[in-house]
Design a protein around this ligand. Structure first.
Ligand code: ZN
Length: 120
């Protein structure tokens, strides 16, 4: 099956680049209860698959959803997430089952944070 192209990402050798949008950055700041400036250097991350549309509300999956899920499901602590985001790229791949941070509808499949965060 050919993946849908939403025009937001480009294929790279190691995965799909999810470039952080201003809206996502703002959502992440709210979820982590931090100032947006704290993560102003975060450019996005490399995922195993393209963003998909939430079948509940139409929102595109994003890094804000990953953060929302990590916090909501207590996969990682806020401090850990903040440390990873502030500390730059890391190489461990994390598989996440993900739900929409906007309407809590589950996205289909599993999302893997493939190549860590973008550093360029
Ligand atoms: Zn949704």
């Amino acid at each position: 099956m050919e993946p849908n192209n939403h025009g937001h990402e480009s294929r790279s050798e190691s995965g799909f680049r999810w470039v952080l949008t201003n809206e996502e950055r703002s959502n992440i700041a709210k979820i982590l209860e931090i100032e947006e400036d704290t993560i102003s250097h975060v450019k996005g991350n490399i995922m195993c698959r393209e963003r998909i549309e939430c079948s509940g509300c139409g929102k595109l999956s994003g890094l804000d959803d990953l953060v929302h899920n990590a916090v909501a499901m207590r996969v990682h602590s806020r401090d850990f997430i903040l440390g990873v985001m502030a500390g730059g790229p890391q190489t461990r791949a994390y598989a996440h089952k993900m739900e929409c941070s906007n309407c809590s509808h589950g996205y289909e499949g599993v999302f893997i944070n493939w190549g860590g965060y973008m550093d360029d």
